[in-house]
Design a protein. Structure first.
Length: 219
């Protein structure tokens, strides 16, 4: 048990710097995620006219072989943000497929060989019909992420050398608010089961309101 805890802690300590880089990149412009542009339509190409192939001598039909088991790439990806609740006045909506795929791809590049350890999901927090914050769910199946100091270390990395971290609790749930200089990018971070939830907003007030609504919906 002690060996497993040490392994988990070592893994998390190695993952946090990579996650910090990828989350900070995803957080840019979080309050208004970009609308994908339509790719230009390729010019049609002429369809070649088929010519009759010579008739081959009949050959014996090959013996069918059993289908191979699906590779991991064929397994549908898990979206840990599916079903995440939030209390009024907010609602959560999925990001468009293009934006979500771009964010996940960026996370995968930043994490490198560790990409398979984390499952990502994204939702847009909507208030009064307007995009308020980006909500990111990072699930770590089979890994104990509730170890002492991990949440603080994560938040400190997100705040950076010139930012600050505020500690608080919302309905007895520990919350860390990482605030970039000039309050231009704020991350609200807390643990939910085997996941970290990050609300990425452009103000401290919006971040705290969204995190409170997320936690309240879970009570």
């Amino acid at each position: 048990m002690l060996r497993q805890a040490a392994t988990n802690r070592s893994l998390m300590l190695g993952l946090i710097p990579l996650l910090v880089v990828s989350i900070a990149a995803a957080g840019c412009g979080a309050a208004a995620t970009p609308t994908p542009t339509t790719a230009p339509t390729a010019a049609p190409t002429a369809v070649p006219i088929a010519t009759a192939a010579p008739t081959a001598a009949p050959t014996a039909a090959p013996t069918p072989t059993p289908s191979a088991a699906p590779t991991p790439a064929e397994v549908p990806p898990v979206d840990p943000s599916e079903g995440l609740p939030i209390a009024p006045p907010y609602t959560l909506t999925p990001l468009d497929d293009v934006t979500a795929a771009a964010l996940k791809a960026g996370m995968g590049v930043a994490l490198g060989a560790q990409a398979g350890v984390v499952q990502f999901g994204f939702r847009q927090a909507i208030k009064d019909g307007k995009k308020d914050c980006l909500v990111m769910v990072m699930a770590f199946p089979g890994i104990d992420i509730g170890q002492a100091g991990v949440l603080d270390l994560f938040a400190t990395g997100l705040a950076g050398a010139t930012g600050k971290v505020e500690k608080s609790t919302v309905l007895d749930v520990p919350v860390r608010t990482a605030i970039k200089p000039d309050d231009k990018q704020v991350f609200g971070l807390y643990q939910r089961d085997d996941s970290f939830i990050a609300a990425i907003c452009d103000s401290t007030a919006a971040t705290k309101a969204v995190v409170t609504a997320l936690i309240k919906a879970d009570q």
